[in-house]
Design a binder for this molecule. Structure first.
Ligand code: ADP
Length: 251
């Protein structure tokens, strides 16, 4: 009976081990599938600007010397598509780093001064009215300042791209959360699209997003950063009247 007990225990342990292995393999397979999906999506995104560059380069090669107007147009298009590719690859690298480094550099951050400095920077670049309102100062959270700054810039950048009027930023403390809201009065997002917009490469209107230089990765990155902070990101939007994105950070 003693040998049988030992045999049974060994069998149990082997079974547990096999289960753990299976789980590990499943997870590895899942990660591999995600990575190959990313590579395929990313290549697809790069294809359009590359095709444009190639056709303009061909045009330049054939007629560039005879037709100055056409040459100027081609050079302009090649430059703008190359800039777009550069922006995309920068964003891909950002995302890769984010998925690799799950460690945050947590420090005390005063949301009021962080937002004030971001707005000051952006107002100079975009020349748009952006207001900041807060109910207390300082409003301290423990966060990775650079990553949080990246999230706020993504939201403001979207507000600029998809609206024409003023943009408002509100800061408040509610229970266990510090809340940042970015509000615009722009085109809004159709109700049945809202649940998709955090997905990688998802854009409501591909053509319009291309014109504004969007990659469809901004909100996905913002959500990943909020997740690392154990925070949340929520969107309220009405088509035609505007969008509010709310960030909730645990205090
Ligand atoms: P993109 O780089 O295309 O802006 P995002 O991931 O930041 O990518 O956003 C995904 C999509 O969600 C955008 O393409 C746009 O259609 C929609 N969107 C995001 N923010 C706003 C906003 N403030 N107003 C209207 N639509 C928005």
């Amino acid at each position: 009976p003693k040998t049988i007990t030992i045999q049974n225990r060994a069998k149990d342990e082997l079974q547990t081990l096999a289960k753990t292995f299976n789980r590990m393999i499943d997870r590895l397979q899942e990660n591999l599938a995600k990575q190959s999906q990313f590579i395929s999506d990313a290549s697809h995104e790069l294809k359009t600007p590359l095709t444009v560059i190639k056709s303009y380069a061909n045009l330049l090669r054939r007629h560039g010397l005879e037709n100055q107007e056409m040459a100027d147009e081609a050079i302009q298009a090649i430059h703008s598509e190359a800039t777009r590719i550069q922006k995309m690859t920068d964003t891909f690298l950002d995302l890769a780093t984010l998925e690799k480094e799950t460690e945050l550099e947590i420090n005390e951050v005063n949301l009021v001064s962080l937002c004030q400095s971001i707005l000051k920077q952006l107002k100079q670049v975009y020349r748009r009215e952006i207001t900041l309102e807060y109910d207390m100062s300082p409003l301290i959270v423990h966060a990775d300042e650079l990553k949080l700054k990246q999230v706020i810039i993504i939201l403001l950048d979207n507000a600029m791209k998809y609206s024409q009027e003023k943009i408002e930023v509100f800061l408040e403390q509610k229970g266990q959360f510090a809340i940042i809201r970015v509000k615009d009065y722009g085109i809004g997002i159709p109700r049945d699209e809202i649940h998709n917009i955090f997905e990688r490469f998802y854009r409501v209107d591909k053509a319009r997003s291309r014109e504004t230089g969007g990659t469809g990765l901004g909100l996905h990155i913002a959500k990943s950063i909020m997740k690392l902070h154990k925070g949340e990101i929520e969107i309220e939007s009405n088509e035609g009247s505007g969008t509010t994105v709310k960030l909730l950070l645990p205090k």
